[in-house]
Design a protein around this ligand. Structure first.
Ligand code: ZN
Ligand code: ZN
Length: 298
């Protein structure tokens, strides 16, 4: 994060915002800057990528689904934008310790004894480490003593849109993001790669909520895509993973996506339309009356 902070200091904050008497390495100044940059970055990534995904990938026909809520998109966005500032507070505490040099982030490829292969190994280990951690954190959040406190708000959306991707209770959002922030304190990681992975993680989180199921069929039982995560929202106790299905297979929580077996949300909409039970208006009211899929209510 010090890369971003340095760029912001150099081009904007030092010449135009802070008084010259306030040094760039002042702790309070760094915390304020990190808070602003973290919130700005999160909102730009969330709204920017979410909007692209919503208009170019998300099938708007899904809004006719019986379990699609009234004003759901607005509610998802409002929920996310309310939570992100709270999530940013403990996140900035970690970014601050990172900026102060306590992490294992490094600047140049030559600083790692592994060189370029180290970049590749870091990428693989980052993905597998965070996937494993998120699986167990997510499973823990589903524990009956915890679930209602923190994770339930994310499960309001049974048919999520890309904007549901960041719509979490702040504690839930921070806990599920924690593995990304912990990783550079445990393992060496190139700073630019960390930034790239941070953007990738946001893109992936949005992509598993877009209900676009284009994962090559040979990979559908390996990659935890949108079809898998849609079943997590619908059926609750399955597919807790983030990128891979590895831990769901090991943990006995894997469920092959209903959407890939002709029983997904799109199929239900087509069925209800064919039966004349789903018009173009007052869709939700009609739909609920003809709910045709089983869904575990928590
Ligand atoms: Zn969940
Ligand atoms: Zn989700």
């Amino acid at each position: 994060m010090d890369l971003v902070l340095n760029v912001a200091d150099y081009y904007v904050l030092t010449p135009y915002v802070y008084p010259a008497s306030w040094p760039e390495d002042g702790a309070l100044r760094q915390i304020i800057s990190l808070l602003v940059l973290t919130n700005l970055g999160a909102v730009v990534l969330y709204l920017g990528l979410g909007t692209i995904s919503y208009y170019f990938l998300f099938d708007h026909n899904l809004k006719k689904h019986p379990q699609f809520l009234e004003n759901q998109v607005q509610r998802e966005i409002k929920h996310a934008l309310t939570s992100l500032p709270w999530i940013s507070i403990p996140t900035v505490a970690l970014f601050f310790t990172e900026v102060r040099g306590y992490s294992r982030l490094y600047d140049g490829v030559t600083e790692s004894s592994l060189g370029w292969p180290g970049i590749f190994l870091s990428t693989v280990s980052f993905l597998f480490f965070t996937d494993m951690c998120i699986y167990w954190i997510h499973r823990f959040l589903h524990h009956k003593l915890i679930y209602k406190l923190f994770h339930k708000p994310h499960h309001i959306w049974k048919i999520p849109t890309p904007f549901a991707s960041h719509a979490f209770h702040p504690v839930d959002g921070f806990l599920q993001g924690l593995p990304y922030h912990i990783y550079p304190f445990l393992f060496p990681l190139h700073k630019v790669l960390y930034l790239a992975l941070y953007i990738f993680v946001n893109m992936w989180t949005i992509s598993i909520h877009d209900n676009d199921y284009h994962v090559p069929s040979a990979l559908t039982s390996i990659i935890n895509g949108s079809a898998h995560h849609t079943d997590h929202h619908l059926f609750f106790d399955f597919n807790y993973g983030q990128y891979f299905t590895l831990w769901d297979h090991l943990g006995g929580s894997y469920r092959h996506p209903s959407a890939l077996m002709g029983k997904g949300p799109h199929d239900l909409i087509r069925k209800l339309q064919a039966e004349g039970k789903l018009g173009n208006d007052s869709v939700q009211a009609k739909g609920r009356a003809h709910r045709g899929i089983a869904c575990k209510e928590e």
